[in-house]
Design a protein around this ligand. Structure first.
Ligand code: SAM
Length: 275
């Protein structure tokens, strides 16, 4: 972190700045992401460039595009990354960046995302990555442990929620490692985990509508699916009961957390026809 001190850098909590310096951890993130010499990689949040430089070293015949919002990191990053010619560093807010700009950076070829994410916008970043028709093969990201557990939860467990079911429309997700909060500077309040999200689902389904249905089914988590269907879709009790018992072939007392993606696809299909 000498480079940071020399430049009088002040960490900005508001930008989720918790940097990594541990070499073993940095290399293991690259291993989890399966970065090779030809990889094309998008990084979000370069920070002081610790992960960025590792990515540049490993993807030596590929390309790294790194987007960082904080311009005060410019001298630090310029110094750290000066020796690489396979990096394009962009100072911008990832959420405001035109998706076509990123696609062009990779010549419309498939790419990976590897990042130690700013935790305050984990969900908006994942939505940005999933909703803009990028040719992303896989996403390897450091996130808060609790968020990682939610995103990778199995059906029927307490961590399984709307966001899990929505992510299941796109990808297979698993935690590759849990990371102690002591590995970051400054140290955050909670532990983290690395999530490996493989975008292997190419269902030809109306993802936007199904996501709406999923959100409404989980709106009041403690209530039954029957209640959420009635209030979310203006159904009377009999209609909701018919859907659950006759179409989904489930018990009337079931809650949304017991439904897997196939159930939600079926449910969305039925509700679309009713409306
Ligand atoms: N990659 C570095 C590392 O691992 O040490 C830094 C990771 S730090 C958790 C997150 C980084 O994301 C910070 O450098 C922060 O300034 C940057 N950031 C925060 N919001 C951003 C946004 N909307 N767009 C791009 N970068 C952002």
């Amino acid at each position: 972190m000498n480079n940071l001190q020399n430049n009088n850098f002040k960490f900005k909590h508001s930008l989720g700045q918790n940097f990594i310096k541990d070499e073993v951890l940095l290399n293991s993130i690259l291993d989890d992401a399966d970065v090779t010499e030809d990889s094309l990689v998008l990084e979000i949040g370069a920070g002081a460039g610790a992960l960025t430089s590792k990515l540049c070293e490993r993807a030596v015949k590929g390309k790294v595009v790194s987007v960082e919002i904080d311009k005060t990191l410019t001298p630090i990053l310029n110094k750290k990354l000066a020796k690489f010619n396979n990096i394009n560093l962009i100072f911008d807010d990832i959420l405001k960046l035109n998706p076509s700009f990123i696609k062009q950076e990779f010549n419309n070829k498939p790419f990976k995302v590897v990042a130690n994410l700013p935790y305050y916008i984990t969900t908006p970043i994942l939505e940005y990555l999933l909703n803009n028709d990028f040719l992303i093969t896989d996403i390897t990201v450091m996130v808060q442990l609790e968020v990682a557990q939610r995103l990778s939860a199995d059906v029927g467990t307490k961590n399984y929620g709307a966001i899990t079911a929505i992510l299941n429309m796109y990808a297979t997700t698993q935690i590759t490692q849990v990371v102690d909060k002591k590995m970051f500077t400054p140290m955050p309040k909670v532990d983290s985990a690395i999530l490996h999200i493989v975008l292997d689902k190419n269902y030809n389904i109306d993802k936007k509508y199904i996501a709406e249905v999923i959100k409404k089914c989980f709106l009041m988590r403690r209530k039954t699916l029957l209640n959420n269907l009635c209030s979310g879709f203006n159904l009377n009790k009999q209609q909701a009961q018919n859907i659950i018992e006759n179409d989904l072939k489930r018990d009337i007392k079931i809650r949304a957390e017991m439904l897997d993606l196939n159930d939600f696809i079926k449910l969305a299909d039925i509700l679309k026809k009713l409306n």
